[in-house]
Design a protein around this ligand. Structure first.
Ligand code: 5AD
Ligand code: SF4
Length: 357
């Protein structure tokens, strides 16, 4: 990570964030670049903003990683198509639906269906899965399946999908091109626009510590996501996978990741910000720390245990296991011990709750 020296002080930046003016690029860089003592003030401010705008609730989303087949070759990703060491799996549509039902029975209000870019799950197959989950459980459905055409996104929305996660990864055109041999930044942005226009609640995000990324890159990413109107913001440290072209690169750091979480809370007071698996994998307790500095979402893993380790985007992935009620109880207790509460219901973002009591 190359540091760009901030042109305004930390105090000015914090004032910019909290007095209604809103953070600009310089302000964001100053917050991301701050030292340990200032970090504590940033974290306390973000925690207070989180409490005031989205309360103490932690939203739990049941994650099903239903296929690790992927047609793409993102340079950072362990399940890229050219990695021949991955043992590939695909849950059947029936298994996806039954796992989602199990999530509903365990009390989850949202299921997240995540996969590589797997063409086997065609528009119609996915639509059937979505419809079956919606009619039998009523849960909110989030998709994280990558780039598809607008007609496909529409069919899935019509079938009952509510939300879509598609990370922009970086908004720096050169960096994006270098990391994504199969992708185009403008095409990725067009997908996000299509999703937003179809009425999905849209989530995006970036990785922290990508080789060649600077604090200015991250600041511009944040501004792009704010201007776009992203409602869920998932970030995590980049973690080098040994079977990828970035095997030798350095990982992102927990400190910068936490400062970005806190900064995002100031920029998106109503946003849904997960404490991600990558944070927990980089550092034991990383997710809990994220919850203390602005995050308000956790995504426990319901993927059947026999195949879970094969969804290895990066090494040593430490998920929150939710395949038994005991493990879920345990998770609830850990959240309550942090002084937080467990959200009930589908947990839509604020604009979608207007009029609800
Ligand atoms: N380190 C950290 N995060 C990664 N992702 C993919 N590979 C890695 C990695 N090596 C993230 C990307 C992707 C999300 C599903 O996982 O941001 O969008
Ligand atoms: Fe495929 Fe997503 Fe990994 Fe890229 S990041 S290779 S699209 S699973």
């Amino acid at each position: 990570m190359v540091s760009s020296s901030p042109t305004i002080s930390f105090d000015e930046a914090l004032a910019q964030a909290t007095d209604g003016r809103g953070l600009d690029e310089h302000g964001i860089i100053a917050l991301l670049d701050c030292g340990d003592a200032d970090s504590e003030r940033l974290f306390a401010t973000a925690d207070e903003v989180r409490r005031r705008f989205v309360g103490n609730d932690v939203h739990l989303r049941a994650l099903i990683e239903f296929s690790n087949h992927c047609r793409k070759n993102c340079d950072y990703c362990g399940i890229r198509a050219r990695n021949r060491n991955v043992s590939r799996y695909r849950l059947s549509p029936e298994e996806v639906v039954s796992t989602a039902r199990q999530a509903a029975d365990s009390g989850f209000g949202t299921v997240v269906l995540q996969s590589g870019e797997d063409a086997w799950f065609t528009r119609d197959r996915m639509a059937c899965i979505i419809r079956a989950i919606k009619t039998s459980t009523g849960m909110a459905i989030t998709l994280g399946v990558g780039e598809r055409d607008e007609g496909t996104y529409r069919a899935w929305r019509d079938a009952g999908a509510d939300r879509f996660l598609l990370r922009i990864e970086t908004t720096d055109p050169d960096l994006f091109r270098r990391l994504h041999p199969d992708d185009d930044l403008d095409a990725r942005k067009a997908c996000l626009v299509a999703l937003r226009d179809l009425g999905y609640q849209v989530g995006s995000g970036v990785m922290v510590g990508l080789p060649g990324q600077t604090l200015q890159t991250l600041a511009r990413d944040v501004i792009w996501m704010r201007d776009f109107g992203v409602e869920m913001i998932g970030i995590g440290p980049f973690l080098p996978h040994p079977e990828t072209p970035l095997a030798q690169a350095l990982p992102g750091t927990i400190n910068l990741t936490l400062r970005l979480v806190a900064t995002l809370r100031l920029v998106f007071p109503y946003g849904h910000i997960p404490a991600t698996t990558a944070m927990g994998s980089l550092l034991p307790g990383g997710r809990e720390r994220a919850l203390a500095v602005g995050a308000n979402v956790l995504m426990p893993n319901m993927t059947p245990r026999a195949i879970r380790d094969d969804y290895a985007l990066y090494p040593d992935k430490v998920g929150l296991d939710a395949t038994s009620d005991d493990r879920i109880d345990d998770l609830h207790n850990r959240i309550l011990a942090l002084g937080r509460t467990i959200a009930k219901g589908p947990g839509h973002v604020a604009r979608h709750c207007q009029g609800e009591s």
